[in-house]
Design a protein around this ligand. Structure first.
Ligand code: GDP
Ligand code: MG
Length: 441
């Protein structure tokens, strides 16, 4: 496990303020091995490590975690970002029938995934779907799709013996158009390895059918070969996305990163079993966790980051206690509240807050208000934020217009600020925050 191996490196890195290059490089060597063990293709692993090294050097290390742990968190976040920064929905917004073409190596799960997606579209989006198998190479491949079609109650194109893929595609398009189908799914043939005849056939089908979506289906157990597969397919046709199958198995998920890096296309679905409903949206966090195998460390660093937030709010509290509490401070406080999960989460965390929460809700106070108040303060000039008394009627109108709120909203915010400010002054008289803590004791 990566965590064991990194242990030694981590210990040596302990107790420094910022990540220096030597530390990061040492930790990254282990990360690279972990990526390779998770079946990330070598060139992809190398490039990823270089990029993240650059990002990590110089970043400050949170109190209460080790530099090595901090590196793992940085790696994790970079993985998540790389795996899933794009929208992953199917784009079927065209005059029907929208065509989805499935490509990939033989045995990757194209036929199974075709039926799974068809079922999903029927049930979730009420689409009328037609499926057609263009696989004339494998005996009984077309029958396989027909059988699945019966199972999930999706129409399949009648089989005509001896027809070639391009002709089957044309016949399918005509049938879909005439019979009013919303979506046509073309399941293509695969070979055991990438070969030119397969590629030519696939290109010809893509040319006659101009699909909205061309999905590359990849077995997540595909290891170092993933780069070749992805490169070959994406050079021949305009892929729109990737489907990773067999994510239910013990694959470490490295293929996902390779696919994403080489094709630049989003991973749209994950296949998680042989059953027809074993398909789900792709979850970058889960896969990053699998690749690194260090979910515990990531959680630890996230909690440490919360502590930093807490220290910040204590600093703010000290400022407030001195009676220095302007609208900038209020805004920081609002953002902190939003970050911590809004009013509801806060109420759940603090003793005695349940009643306060009910009162806030009764008064129409909800999390949207936090956002609105932030916008109001955002529309003020820096001077106004420091000295709210400057806000006369004319300025209030400007602020309300700028933030898409009303003068009433602006007034409410100013009143709240005043109340908080005077509460702070009262607290100060009672002996500061320690006195307040004693009250709640
Ligand atoms: P094709 O040659 O690309 O059309 O592959 P098939 O759709 O025929 O699938 C090959 C085998 O993989 C079948 O036995 C499927 O049941 C199985 N399969 C496909 N997707 C998954 C998946 O997500 N998980 C598991 N466990 N098996 C899958
Ligand atoms: Mg097939």
């Amino acid at each position: 496990k990566l965590s064991d191996r990194l242990g030694g490196v981590f210990d040596r890195l302990r107790g420094r303020g910022a990540l220096n290059e030597t530390d990061v490089r040492e930790a990254m060597r282990e990360v690279r091995v972990a990526l390779l063990e998770a079946d990330v293709a070598l060139p992809v692993a190398r490039e990823f490590v270089d990029k993240v090294t650059e990002q990590a050097v110089g970043q400050s290390v949170l109190k209460s975690v080790t530099p090595g742990q901090q590196v793992v968190k940085i790696v994790n976040d970079a993985l998540v970002e790389m795996l899933g920064s794009d929208a992953s929905e199917l784009n079927l917004a065209v005059a029907p029938p929208a065509i989805i073409m499935m490509v990939g190596l033989q045995g990757s799960g194209k036929t199974t995934t075709t039926a799974k997606i068809a079922k999903l579209l029927k049930e979730k989006e009420r689409k009328k779907v037609l499926m057609a198998s263009l696989d004339v190479n494998r005996p009984a491949a077309q029958e396989q799709l027909a059988t699945l079609g019966t199972q999930v109650d999706i129409a399949t194109l009648p089989i005509v013996a001896g027809q070639q893929p391009v002709d089957i595609a044309k016949r399918a398009m005509q049938a879909a158009k005439l019979q009013g189908f919303d979506v046509l799914m073309l399941d293509t043939a695969g070979r055991l390895h990438v070969d030119q005849q397969l590629m030519d056939e696939m290109k010809a089908v893509a040319n006659v059918s101009t699909p909205q979506e061309i999905l590359l289906v990849v077995d997540s157990l595909t290891g170092q070969d993933a780069v070749n597969v992805a490169q070959n397919f994406s050079e021949q046709v305009d892929l729109t996305g990737v489907v990773l199958t067999r994510m239910d198995g013990d694959a470490r998920g490295g293929a996902a990163l390779s696919m994403r890096a080489v094709t630049g296309k989003p991973i749209k679905f994950a296949g998680v079993g042989e059953k027809m409903d074993a398909i789900e949206a792709f979850h970058p966090e889960r896969v990053a966790g699998r690749i690194l195998g260090m979910g515990d460390v990531v959680g630890l660093v996230e909690r440490a980051a919360q502590v930093v937030d807490q220290e910040e709010s204590e600093k703010l509290a000290a400022k407030m206690a001195k009676g220095q509490f302007d609208l900038n401070d209020l805004r920081a406080q609002l953002r902190q509240m939003t970050k911590m999960g809004g009013l509801g989460a806060l109420a759940g965390m603090m003793p005695g807050m349940k009643k306060a929460k009910a009162a806030m809700q009764a008064g129409g106070m909800d999390d949207k208000i936090l956002v609105r108040m932030d916008a109001i303060i955002g529309s003020m000039t820096p001077k106004e934020r420091e000295k709210p008394a400057l806000l006369n009627a004319k300025r209030k109108i400007r602020v309300a217009n700028g933030s898409g709120t009303t003068v009433q909203d602006v007034n409410r915010l100013l009143k709240m600020h005043q109340e908080m400010e005077s509460a702070m002054k009262r607290i100060k008289k009672m002996g500061g925050l320690k006195g307040l803590a004693a009250l709640f004791g």
